[in-house]
Design a protein around this ligand. Structure first.
Ligand code: GLY
Ligand code: MN
Length: 425
């Protein structure tokens, strides 16, 4: 918890107050996910709760009620000595409540408590996540007849629609965190270089990257993708079971989550150093599309224009490779590139790797946004002069007052000639 968290709560209360109706916000910790019986998956804190409170605690609910004398309420279970014996004691909740100027309620019936706090409000922003107090409140209120809803919110809206409006523009402390995650991700890639040779399993490289994150106090922000040759035609390739072959292009899409902030980088590596001129052309077409897309980034630019700039360049490239034929303007109009470039140009990045993106507002770039730019071309089967393969190149970009800053600029080279020399050495 830092001062920025009480400021974030202040901003959230202010924003709630601008709603036409009386609106409250309910954010609960994520549930602990059961793997089997009494074994659980590793715990990941709720992103909105972390953003607003700085706490990664389990079993915590924050309720914000801007029209009430006690606008900030934290709800937690009473101390459970048996649970503490098995899992260790959680961080003390009282200092958190004090620093957030919150009323602390300790109860074994959080949903009941939250419902009583929501009396007099018309709208509740809440997560519908199962097995959480906020999910239970959503279920309870949405199943009530209007007679039983008197004085309780009738409009139940996904909390993300509200929190995204706060989280979309990053504070300088958040930008610093993303930079640290980007730096660690780049270091991991560089340290993995000796593994990127023929005969190595895709999985070995992915596990090395994740090991590198873990020993530096971080973890993978998403399932690490290491895809060689034809594997890279699968956008979110997961099996990681192939051995690298000389002359193939290797795609690595990975990012560390350090102190709850993610990075997301994709780079291509020529296995054994030498690749065919056609694969080199393909790589350079995607790289040029990425650089053109990045050059468009500044406040006021619609994200769709950035996407179109990349799609245009990719279309020229597909024509150059002889894969698309005809008039380029017509090809772009018909979106002939879509079978080969089927995804968006990028996404917001922050506490979540695919971070909060409010509908509407996301369409136009603003100072303080952090986004990825990741054009790609994918071929499920041999096409024109190319084998089945995929190329994607991804960087993390901060929108600044006058333009942009590439946060991953020094992560790992994108120069194929330099990589060829490095890999054949
Ligand atoms: N890096 C994975 C993705 O953006 O979907
Ligand atoms: Mn991405």
């Amino acid at each position: 918890m830092t001062r920025s968290h009480s400021n974030r709560i202040k901003n959230a209360l202010k924003l709630l107050k601008t709603s036409q109706q009386r609106a409250a916000l309910v954010v609960s910790s994520n549930p602990s996910q059961i793997r089997s019986r009494d074994t659980h998956y590793p715990y990941r804190a709720n992103s909105d709760l972390y953003y607003l409170t700085g706490s990664r605690a389990e079993d915590l609910t924050l309720v914000l009620r801007p029209h009430s004398p006690e606008p900030v309420v934290l709800i937690a279970p009473p101390e459970d000595k048996v649970k503490n014996l098995w899992d260790g004691a959680p961080a003390p909740i009282k200092p958190l409540a004090t620093s957030l100027r919150a009323r602390l309620v300790l109860t074994t019936e959080p949903a009941k408590q939250i419902i009583s706090l929501l009396r007099g409000y018309d709208t509740a922003y809440l997560h519908a996540t199962a097995a959480t107090p906020s999910g239970a409140v959503k279920e309870d209120l949405s199943s009530r007849s209007s007679a039983l809803l008197r004085n309780l919110p009738t409009s139940l809206v996904d909390a993300e629609q509200f929190t995204a409006r706060l989280r979309i523009l990053k504070e300088s402390s958040e930008i610093a965190q993303i930079k640290r995650s980007a730096e660690l991700s780049g270091e991991a890639l560089q340290n993995a270089l000796p593994l990127m040779e023929a005969g190595v399993l895709e999985r070995e490289i992915a596990l090395f990257l994740e090991y590198f994150y873990r020993i530096h106090g971080a973890e993978a922000a998403f399932g690490t993708i290491v895809a060689s040759g034809a594997s890279a035609a699968t956008l979110h390739y997961r099996s990681l079971a192939k051995r690298l072959k000389k002359g193939e292009l290797l795609l690595i899409d990975s990012g560390a989550e350090l102190d709850m902030y993610a990075a997301d980088i994709t780079r291509m590596v020529p296995v054994g150093g030498a690749i065919s001129p056609q694969l080199k052309d393909l790589h350079d077409i995607v790289l040029r599309a990425q650089m053109i897309a990045i050059s468009k980034i500044r406040p006021g630019v619609p994200m769709i224009d950035v996407h179109r700039a990349a799609a245009r360049e990719l279309t020229y490239g597909l024509k150059y490779l002889g894969i698309l034929k005809g008039n380029v303007s017509q090809l772009i109009k018909k979106e002939a590139y879509k079978p080969y470039f089927p995804h968006g140009i990028g996404h917001s990045l922050g506490i979540d790797v695919h971070d909060a993106t409010p509908a509407g507002e996301s369409a136009v770039l603003q100072k303080g946004m952090v986004i990825t730019i990741e054009p790609g071309l994918y071929f499920q089967k041999p096409t024109g002069p190319l084998p089945a393969c995929g190329v994607r190149i991804e960087d993390d970009i901060l929108v600044t007052a006058r333009g942009h800053e590439v946060l991953t600029a020094n992560a790992f080279t994108k120069n194929m000639d330099e990589l060829s020399t490095l890999m054949s050495g």
